[in-house]
Ligand binder design. Structure first.
Ligand code: DAH
Length: 340
């Protein structure tokens, strides 16, 4: 039995010196010291020994056990340290590594244009005003001299919410809102989204953007309108770009004009962009109809005013030479990044 103990001890010490990780060490501990372990087996066998030999043997078993435990603990400490170092090495983060660049967004050219237009008019003393996109028929049509059943209503394919509420078909209702709540002098621009039941294609979208302008004061003339839009055209597209007024009709202006700008591609010589005419239609404008002034509570005998409206998409297409309206709504960075 003594011999056996000696063998167990030597074998255990040799094995534990070879254990390469704490898991192997634990296995070894169980196989030697565990309930079914070799040493425990010896302890059990002691019952068969003569009584006078038992104390000595018991002491030897305990000594062996203590020696193995001590060696196990020492080896475990070494392995734990080694494993910790390996883990730290594995988990190390190289803080000097360069950051993977995140691609930044880019402004939509539509809003770049809107900002530019706003800036031009703010520079001329205009105030920026906004109105609701879900609008009363009253402001969108009635106060603009488009009573129910007026044929000109058909030209604007309106989304009706109910009989009295629409998605605004233009930014002109903001004029009416301002005229009914303020006293002249009034000098405002109103950019914003508008809606029409149009099929989407390269040049149409059921949601698009306009900017409206309105000036009301004593003695405002068509000459002021022309001068203002000429200044605007030159600021937007460069010196030499001016406006051409063609007679037109809008119920809310009298007289009314369709306003063309000198084609910025060919400087008026005639090209594909302007279909050879040298001009590009960009705005609707006119003198505010006295009837509209009166309906909105502004004395048409004392005050006159002009108004204009333009489509932002159209200006963005022209300014940036964008071939298809849809590109501006998809927010594809490959497209947008070109305007950074
Ligand atoms: N509201 C018109 C439209 O959407 C554009 C317009 C024309 C606005 C003439 C005006 C104006 O203020 O005077 O087609």
């Amino acid at each position: 039995m003594e011999q056996q103990l000696q063998t167990i001890r030597e074998k255990a010490l040799a094995q534990l010196a070879e254990a390469q990780d704490t898991a192997a060490l634990e296995q070894l501990r169980v196989s030697v010291l565990g309930k079914k372990g070799e040493l425990t087996g010896i302890l059990r066998g002691m019952g068969k020994l003569p009584a006078e030999e038992r104390p000595k043997m018991g002491q030897m078993v305990n000594e062996t056990r203590a020696a193995i435990e001590e060696a196990l603990e020492a080896r475990a400490a070494v392995l734990r340290e080694k494993e910790k170092e390996e883990r730290l090495k594995r988990e190390a983060i190289d803080v000097t590594m360069p950051v993977r660049p995140r691609s930044a967004g880019a402004p939509n050219p539509l809003y770049t244009v809107q900002e530019e237009l706003v800036e031009i008019f703010v520079g001329m003393g205009y105030e920026v005003v906004e109105g609701p996109e879900v609008e009363y028929d009253h402001y969108n049509f009635e106060l603009l001299n488009l009573p129910k059943n007026h044929p000109a209503r058909d030209a604007q394919d309106t989304f009706y919410i109910d009989d009295n509420i629409v998605l605004r078909t233009h930014t002109s209702p903001v004029q009416a809102r301002i005229m009914t709540t303020r006293k002249p002098p009034i000098r405002i621009v109103c950019p914003g989204r508008v809606y029409r039941a149009d099929e989407a294609d390269a040049t149409h979208s059921p949601v698009f953007h306009q900017m409206e302008g309105l000036v009301i004061d004593e003695g405002v003339t068509m000459g002021d309108l022309k001068g203002t839009l000429d200044a605007f055209a030159a600021r937007l597209f460069g010196e030499g770009v001016t406006t051409r007024f063609r007679p037109s009709f809008f119920p809310f202006t009298e007289p009314s004009a369709e306003v063309d700008l000198t084609c910025a591609s060919c400087h008026g010589k005639g090209c594909r962009m302007c279909k050879g005419t040298g001009w590009i239609e960009v705005l609707g404008a006119g003198m505010v109809n006295p009837k509209v002034l009166d309906m909105c509570g502004i004395d048409s005998k004392r005050y006159t005013g002009f108004a204009f409206g333009m489509g932002l998409e159209r200006i963005a297409l022209l300014k940036y030479n964008i071939p298809n309206l849809r590109l501006m709504y998809e927010n594809d960075l490959r497209f947008l990044a070109q305007f950074r």
